[in-house]
Design a binder for this molecule. Structure first.
Ligand code: NAD
Length: 485
C-alpha cells in the first residue's frame, strides 16, 4: 500500500479532514518530474477559526491528563509511524523530491524518534519545592496553551514532529502549518496522532503560504510560535509574535563553517563535507557550506571530493539506488542557479558541477567552487542548494576568526585528528549545533538550534521542554499574615 498523494481534503482539523474550496488553490508538484500530484486549498478564516476553537478545547482536555497518559499516546503514534515507515517515506519523497534512499532512514524515523523521546519524558515533567524556613514555594510546570508550528519544505514530517512532540508532551495543543511547497506529510502525522488516541483538535494541520502563517501568529488565542524557515521570515514572525508577547522558537538559516585541518583523516573529511553539503540536494539549514581547508591539503582534498561526487547517482528519487535528487521547486532551482552564476562571475574556480540536468525535474549537479574568498556572495549568503564553497586557510586562529565572521550561527564543524584542537576550536566557534569529526548528526537527544541570526531557542532534547512550558510559582505561608496597617 502506498498513500494516495491527493489527500482527502486540504486540512486536518478537529480530528477529521476538512475542506473549504474558497481558499487559494495550491498545486503540489513532484520535483523529479514537475507533474502536479495534488491540488489543495489554503486555509480560509473559517478554517483557522475552527482550528483555533478545536485546539483550545482539546488542549484543556489533554492538559488534564497525567504526563504518563499523554506520553502513552505519543509513543503509540511513534510505533504506528515506524510500522508505516515505507509508505510515509514514499509520500515524503513525492512531497519533497528527496531520494527514497534518504527518506526511508531520516524522515518518518526521526519524527518517530521525537514522539518516542518526548513521550518518554512526559511522565517525568515536574516543578520543584523550595523550603524557606517555615514557609515554602512550589513550582508547577504548566503548558503554554495553543502553540503554532510553521514548517520549511525540506523535512516536512520531521519538522512537524520536532515541534509537535515536545508541545504535546508538555500538555499543549498545536496547529501546524506546513510549507506550501510540501503540504502532504503533516496530514499523515495528524491522522496518526488521532489513531494513537490524541483528542480531536489537539494537533490540527492547516495549509497555506505566508498569509495563513501570519494569521496564525497574530491570533490572540495563540500562546507560542515555533518557526522553521529563513531569516527574513523569522524576523517578520518574531516581530509579530512580540506584538502579542508570545513565546517563540526560531529555527532559521545558516552559512555554517566546516574547518578541515591538514591532520584530518582525508576520507572522513571528504565524507563530512559531502554530508554537510549534498545530502537532500543541499537543502539542509545546518549545512557546512563554507568549507575551510588548510592550504597544504587543498588540492588533494578537491581531487578526492571530485572523485567521490562523480559517483553520486542522480535520478528518479523513488529508485532506491539513487542518492541525489532534485531541488524542491523550479523557483528554488532558479535561486541556486543565480548563485552559481554569481560564483563564476566573482572569479571562484568551478571544480565540478555548475549546471542543471536536462529533463522536466528540478535537478542541479552537485557543485563545488574552490578559491572562494570571504567577500564573495557565495561565501556570505545562504544558498540552500548543492553548492559548496571551499576556502583556504593557513592557521587555526585565522580560520576561527573567519569562520565566525558571519551574521549566522547555526552550526560548525571541525575535522582533525588532534582532539585537543578539535575541542579548542569548537569552543571558540559561535554556533549552536557543532560537530567534531562528523557533520549534520541531529539525534533527538541533542539540543538543536542556532545563535546570532540563526535563531532563538532550542528544539529536541530536554531543552525543548523549557520552550513549551512555563513555571507557575506558589508561595505558601504557614504562619500568620503581618500587614503594616
Ligand atoms: P521560508 O522562510 O520561505 O518559509 C518558512 C515557512 O514560513 C513557510 O511555511 C512559509 O509559508 C511561512 N511563512 C512565510 N512568511 C510568513 C509570515 N509572514 N508569517 C508566518 N509564516 C510565514 O523558508 P523555506 O524556503 O520554506 O525554507 C528554507 C529556509 O528554512 C532556509 O533558510 C533554511 O535554512 C531554513 N531552515 C531552517 C531549519 C532549522 O532548523 N534551523 C531547518 C530547515 C530549514
Amino acid at each position: 500500500m502506498t498513500y494516495d498523494t491527493q489527500p482527502n481534503a486540504s486540512h486536518f482539523v478537529d480530528g477529521a479532514y476538512l475542506e473549504d474550496a474558497a481558499g487559494d488553490p495550491i498545486d503540489v508538484v513532484y520535483p523529479a518530474t514537475g507533474a502536479v500530484i495534488a491540488r489543495i486549498h489554503a486555509a480560509t478564516p473559517a478554517v483557522i477559526a475552527k482550528a483555533v476553537e478545536s485546539g483550545l478545547r482539546a488542549q484543556a482536555e489533554w492538559a488534564a491528563l497525567s504526563g504518563r497518559e499523554r506520553g502513552r499516546v505519543l509513543t503509540r503514534a511513534a510505533r504506528i509511524m515506524r510500522d508505516r515507515n515505507r509508505d510515509l517515506s514514499v509520500l515524503e519523497t513525492r512531497d519533497t523530491g528527496k531520494p527514497l534512499s534518504e527518506t526511508l532512514y531520516v524522515d518518518a524515523t526521526s519524527a518517530a524518534d521525537a514522539l518516542e523521546y518526548f513521550g518518554g519524558l512526559a511522565g517525568s515533567l515536574t516543578g520543584e519545592h523550595v523550603q524557606l524556613g517555615q514557609d515554602w514555594v512550589y513550582t508547577i510546570r504548566e503548558p503554554l496553551g495553543l502553540c503554532v508550528g510553521i514548517g520549511a519544505w525540506n523535512y516536512p514530517t520531521q519538522i512537524s514532529c520536532w515541534k509537535g512532540a515536545p508541545a504535546l508532551a508538555c500538555g499543549n495543543a498545536m496547529i501546524f502549518k506546513p510549507s506550501e511547497e510540501t503540504p502532504l506529510c503533516a496530514l499523515k502525522v495528524a491522522e496518526i496522532l488521532v489513531e494513537a488516541g490524541a483528542p480531536a483538535g489537539l494537533y490540527n494541520v492547516v495549509q497555506g503560504a505566508g498569509a495563513v502563517g501570519a494569521a496564525l501568529v497574530g491570533h490572540p488565542d495563540v500562546a507560542k510560535v515555533s518557526l522553521t524557515g529563513s531569516v527574513p521570515t523569522g524576523r517578520k514572525v518574531y516581530a509579530a509574535a512580540a506584538d502579542g508577547m508570545k513565546h517563540v522558537t526560531m529555527e532559521l538559516g545558516g552559512k555554517s563553517p566546516l574547518l578541515i585541518f591538514d591532520d584530518a583523516d582525508p576520507d572522513d573529511a571528504v565524507g563530512g563535507a559531502i554530508l554537510g553539503n549534498f545530502y537532500s540536494s543541499g537543502q539542509v539549514c545546518s549545512n557546512g557550506t563554507r568549507v575551510f581547508v588548510q592550504r597544504g591539503i587543498k588540492e588533494a582534498f578537491l581531487a578526492r571530493l571530485a572523485e567521490r561526487l562523480a559517483q553520486a547517482k542522480i535520478g528518479d528519487p523513488l529508485d532506491e539506488s539513487v542518492n541525489f535528487g532534485p531541488m524542491v521547486s523550479a523557483r528554488q532551482r532558479e535561486i541556486v542557479l543565480g548563485y552559481i552564476e554569481k560564483g563564476k562571475a566573482e572569479g571562484a574556480r568551478l571544480v565540478c558541477g555548475g549546471s542543471v540536468i536536462d529533463g522536466d525535474g528540478f535537478y542541479i549537479q552537485p557543485t563545488v567552487f574552490a578559491d572562494v574568498t570571504d567577500d564573495m556572495v557565495i561565501a556570505r549568503e545562504e544558498i540552500f542548494g548543492p553548492v559548496m564553497a571551499v576556502l583556504d586557510f593557513d592557521d587555526e586562529a585565522e580560520a576561527i576568526a573567519r569562520a565566525n565572521n558571519t551574521p549566522f550561527g547555526l552550526s560548525a564543524g571541525v575535522f582533525t585528528r588532534d582532539l585537543a584542537r578539535g575541542h579548542r576550536v569548537i569552543g571558540q566557534l559561535r554556533a549552536g549545533s557543532c560537530f567534531i569529526n562528523s557533520y549534520n548528526d541531529a539525534p533527538v537527544e541533542a539540543p538543536f538550534g542556532g545563535v546570532k541570526m540563526s535563531g532563538v531557542g532550542r528544539e529536541n532534547s530536554k531543552a525543548a521542554i523549557h520552550h513549551y512550558s512555563q513555571l507557575k510559582s506558589v508561595y505558601v505561608r504557614m504562619g500568620r499574615v503581618e500587614a503594616p496597617f
